[in-house]
Each structure stands twice: as structure tokens, then as C-alpha cells.
Design a protein around this ligand. Structure first.
Ligand code: DON
Length: 568
């Protein structure tokens, strides 16, 4: 297939319809560079990471620098009190590896720890209490990334973050809005008030300087002592003291025992591209690949971006994948997950056969399938590529915006509330409406199931798309759509990021859409039996595409006002 492209006023050429980095007349233009590209959700983190690339550092050096800088400049999701996943692709080694630094349940966690006397889930306990916090993994994960794949020291990667915390940074509007939105929850905890409000109790306004001395001291301990500066000694003492104040479970032993893991990412193929994405304990990669496998059987390019037909097929594929998620996905250190089956082309074919091209299958009629063989609203993502053929796709989180909303007194950072990602009770949805069962029940030292989907797509051994997003349950479908928008719909990476998104997660039985899907499309979908709900924007996907000629194209998500793509 080909299409005619008009260049300038009057020259028309015919190009083959493959992924288009950028077309004359595109309305969404990506940032373009040849030596390195950084796309994060905060311009200060982007700037610091770019300096590292310019100084000769690699993508992992820049990634760790960005992650620490985000922990200072975007405390609602950038963190040292949470956890995440990093995919590292090296074209020269011909390998893609995944670093799992997801939080773990403390050793004293129990299956029913969030159930009240009536056997119901106490959401305050699982979300906004000291007991909501899992053992943080970020510092250990970032240190491991540097040690294995980086070239600079931990102290060097921490230096910009320490400076930003010590000397402060100028507050952008999004920062003040975030605190205002969560003022009541943050205000409950004295330690959080001390950090996020001025001494007289008023808000930091845009243009004010935001200084974090305690956080600077914590980061400095890590710079001086390595991971021990967080998991042992003074920082550990402060975390445990905070736990004791509020009935939390994390102990010195839990902290000392925390270890990140290097895992094999999930691998699949889609229309000739190799797709690598996060393996368990995230469900993300498994379901990105599963949904792509189902959709590979349809000519989505022909049915068109966000047409009723395309959205119908996407929603049907999504429903089936999320139904499987509810039953099969959990931490593979504890449960067997039928990964091969879930990501196989044969199983996708079986699921595709159950899709009616003209009618919605009601979610009540969809049950988790039988994949075989059976064998053993804030997070933040950034994507970075360097001139050495490395790509990093990193998503990390404290779960909600501001996590548990509890700052570790004296240490200056927020604790996650990731324990809510476990299935507190079979069949009862978590904060994202996700249902889980046995595979994701709470067990001591287990990692809670995630949806985070840092993804790297390769073509013939070369990095092609680096992407990932926040958005809770919507992460998987947000990531999926950027891939489809580039591969099937031939959008440039910025247009692929900008395009309105849709989402179905099996339960509730609705297609959630963003603003920008036309009323006649919605009417057609309703005519097929779908319920369509327009709600808030989904995700904040920070993406890079690498053109055939080796040019880097950065697409930052306009859904976050501080997002920034910069290259050199
Ligand atoms: O790991 C997960 O899937 C969730 N804790 C991520 C939370 C999230 O993305 C919130 N953002 N909007």
C-alpha cells in the first residue's frame, strides 16, 4: 500500500506506507535529534539527564539521574519511597533485560490484613495508612541498573537531585495544583505538612522556591554509603520509626533483605516487529503482547484510527486480556503464571475466534480463558536513548499521586501505598477497578501485581519505539495504542502520543474514551452493544521513535503540562 505525500507547494511523491517518523504538514511535530533523546514528565529531570548524555554518559546513566531528579522535582510520583521497572536494551549486546525493583510486602503482611470485622476491605487501611506501604525498591533498583549497565557512579547520578533538593527549584503550576488537590489527605500527617506546606500552613505557589533539606540529606547518605545509605543506618531507622508511629509493618529486616531482580522481559512479535515489555510481577507486558497478538489478525490500518470498527476490535481484545489478568497474573516468585500460553499466537487466535466483528460480547459472558501451556491517577515514565545503541524505558511509582500521602519524618520522602495493588479480597476491585484472585493474594515478601508496561519495540535488532506510561489499569491500553498508532496508523511519535485514547478493562463493562472521539463513532459503538463513557484523560506516555536513518524523535505527552522531550 502507498500514499501520496505533498512536499512543499507542488512536488508529490509516493512513499511506501510504513511507519512515518514525520510527514510534511504534520500537525504534531516530535522533537528531533541525532545523538541522544530524553523524554520525561518533568523538564528539570529531562535537562539533567540530557547533560549526562552530552557528557558522554549512556542511557542508563541518564535514566538513573532522571529518576533521582524526578524524586525531587515531582514528588507526587517520582520517588525513592516506591518501586518500578526498567527495561534496558543494548543493540551492541543484542539483549533486552528488565530490572524489577517493585516493592515487596513486608514479612509480617498477611492475606486478610485489610479486612475489617465484617470481612470487608478497609480501603483507608490499604491506601492511606502506614500499613499501605510496601518495602521500597527504587534506590536498590537504580543502583543495580548503574552497576550492571551504567558508567557513572551512584554519587554522580545523585548529584543533580541533591542540588535540586538542597537549593530548591522554582515551583511550576502543576506542582501547586497537585498539592492543592491532595491538601486534605496530605494535611492529615504532620510529617507531610512539614514538607508540602509552608511553615505558616499556606501553599507553595507557582514561582516559589521549593527546598527539601531532609530529602537532600537522605540522598546524600545514599551518595556516600550506596544502597546501605537507604536500607540500613539512619534512613532505615527513620523509616522504621515512622512505621512504629502509625502501626506500619516494615522492619529493619525487611529493608535489609530487599533485593531487586534482573528478569527476562516478555517478548512477542507484531507485524514483523519485536516487542519487549515488562514481565511479572507486572501484568503489563503480558497483556500488551496478548492484545497485539489478537489484533494482528485484523487490518487495523484499513479500518482506521479510532473508527468505530477499530475501537470495537480493540475493546473486545482488551476485555479478554483483562479477564485473564484477573485470574492468572501475580508474582512469578510465588505463583505459576501461564506466560507462554497467554502470549502465544495460538491462544490469541482462539480468543479472536470468540470476537463478533459487529457485536460487543457483554463482559458477564467473558470469563478468563484457558491459555496453554500452563507453566511456571500517578506514576511516571521516561524514555531515553543514547548514541551507543542503548535504550531505557522506565516506569516507577508510589501508586497514587503522593502514594500513601505519608512522608517519612526526617527523611523527607513519601511512602508508597502499593499494597493496594494486591487483591485484598478475591473479586473486590482495587483502586483502579481491577479484580484479582488467588494469584495476587497478599503473602509475606511477595510483590504486588502491577500494570506498568515499560516497552521497547525493535526491528531487525535495532531499537525502534521506546515507550511507557502511568495510568493504573489504563497503562496497558495506553501503551498498546501508541504502538498501534505508529505501526498500523503510521502516525509520527508525537501524533501517536497525542491521539485520543480508548480503554476497556473487562469490568466495568464500558469503553472509556478521552475527549476527541466523534459522536457518530460513539453512536456506532453503542449500536454494537457497547457502553461508552467519556472520562478524564488517560496516561502520560513519554515516547521515542528511532527513524530508519537513525534519527531520534521524541514525543512528550501534552497530558502533563511539565512533560518535556529534549535531544541533542
Ligand atoms: O503498578 C501499578 O500498576 C500501579 N500502582 C500504577 C499506578 C499508576 O499508574 C497511577 N497513575 N496514574
Amino acid at each position: 500500500m502507498s500514499r501520496v505525500v505533498t512536499l512543499g507547494c507542488c512536488v508529490a511523491v509516493t512513499t511506501s506506507l510504513s511507519a512515518q517518523p514525520i510527514m510534511e504538514g504534520d500537525r504534531s511535530v516530535p522533537v528531533e535529534a541525532r545523538n541522544g533523546m530524553v523524554v520525561t514528565s518533568h523538564y528539570l529531570a529531562t535537562e539533567e539527564a540530557l547533560k549526562v548524555l552530552k557528557a558522554g554518559g549512556n542511557a542508563v546513566d541518564a535514566a538513573v539521574t532522571a529518576a533521582f531528579a524526578l524524586a525531587v522535582t515531582q514528588p507526587r510520583s517520582g520517588n525513592i519511597g516506591g518501586g518500578g521497572f526498567m527495561l534496558v536494551s543494548s543493540e551492541t549486546k543484542g539483549e533486552v533485560k528488565a530490572i524489577d525493583y517493585r516493592e515487596k510486602a513486608p514479612a509480617a503482611a498477611t492475606r486478610d490484613m485489610y479486612l475489617n470485622d465484617q470481612g470487608e476491605v478497609d480501603q483507608k487501611l490499604s491506601r492511606f495508612s502506614h500499613k499501605a506501604a510496601g518495602v521500597p525498591g527504587t534506590v536498590a533498583g537504580l543502583a543495580l541498573a548503574l552497576e550492571k549497565y551504567g558508567t557513572i557512579s551512584l554519587a554522580e547520578a545523585l548529584a543533580p537531585a541533591i542540588k535540586l533538593a538542597e537549593e530548591g527549584f522554582v515551583v511550576p503550576p502543576r506542582f501547586s495544583e497537585g498539592i492543592r488537590d491532595r491538601a486534605v489527605l496530605l494535611g492529615q500527617f504532620e510529617s507531610s505538612r512539614k514538607v508540602f506546606f509552608k511553615p505558616d500552613g499556606t501553599f507553595y505557589e507557582p514561582g516559589d522556591l521549593f527546598v527539601q533539606k531532609d530529602l537532600a540529606a537522605t540522598l546524600r547518605r545514599v551518595a556516600e554509603q550506596g544502597v546501605k545509605g537507604f536500607y540500613e543506618g539512619k534512613t532505615a531507622d527513620l523509616i522504621v520509626a515512622e512505621m512504629q508511629k502509625g502501626g506500619g509493618l516494615i522492619t529493619h529486616e525487611d529493608l535489609k533483605n530487599y533485593q531487586p531482580e534482573i528478569r527476562e522481559p516478555v517478548h512477542g512479535t507484531y507485524r514483523g516487529y519485536d516487542v519487549y515489555s515488562m514481565s511479572p510481577p507486572s501484568s503489563g507486558g503480558t497483556h500488551v503482547v496478548q492484545i497485539l497478538n489478537i489484533l494482528e489478525g485484523y487490518p487495523l490500518g484499513e479500518s482506521g484510527l479510532n473508527s468505530a470498527k477499530t475501537i470495537h476490535l480493540m475493546a473486545e481484545a482488551m476485555k479478554r486480556a483483562y479477564a485473564d489478568r484477573s485470574k492468572y497474573l501475580g508474582d512469578t516468585d510465588f505463583v505459576d503464571v501461564p506466560l507462554k500460553g497467554l502470549t502465544s499466537k495460538a491462544y490469541a487466535e482462539e480468543l479472536r475466534a470468540s470476537i463478533d466483528p459487529a457485536r460487543a460480547t457483554p463482559s458477564v459472558e467473558i470469563r478468563p480463558g484457558n491459555p496453554s501451556p500452563y507453566e511456571s491517577n500517578e506514576t511516571t515514565h521516561f524514555s531515553i536513548v543514547d548514541k551507543y545503541g542503548n535504550a531505557v524505558s522506565n516506569t516507577y511509582t508510589i501508586n497514587f499521586s503522593y502514594g500513601s500521602h505519608i512522608v517519612v519524618d526526617g527523611a523527607g520522602f513519601l511512602l508508597n501505598n502499593e499494597m493496594d495493588d494486591f487483591s485484598a479480597k478475591p473479586g473486590v476491585p482495587n483502586a483502579y477497578g481491577l479484580i484479582g484472585g488467588e494469584a495476587n493474594k497478599i503473602e509475606p515478601n511477595k510483590r504486588m501485581l502491577s500494570s506498568m508496561s515499560p516497552t521497547i519495540v525493535m526491528k531487525d535488532g535495532k531499537n525502534f519505539i521506546v515507550t511507557g506510561s502511568p495510568g493504573g489499569s489504563r497503562i496497558i491500553t495506553t501503551t498498546l495504542q501508541v504502538l498501534l498508532n505508529v505501526i498500523d496508523h503510521h502516525l509520527n511519535i508525537q501524533a501517536a502520543v497525542n491521539a485520543p485514547r480508548v480503554h476497556h478493562q473487562w469490568l466495568p463493562d464500558e469503553i472509556r474514551i478521552e475527549q476527541g472521539i466523534s459522536p457518530d463513532t460513539i453512536a456506532l459503538l453503542e449500536g454494537m452493544g457497547h457502553t461508552v463513557e467519556q472520562k478524564a484523560a488517560m496516561g502520560a506516555i513519554q515516547s521515542i521513535m528511532i527513524g530508519e536513518e537513525g534519527v531520534f524523535y521524541g514525543g512528550a505527552d501534552p497530558r502533563r503540562s511539565t512533560s518535556s522531550a529534549q535531544g541533542y
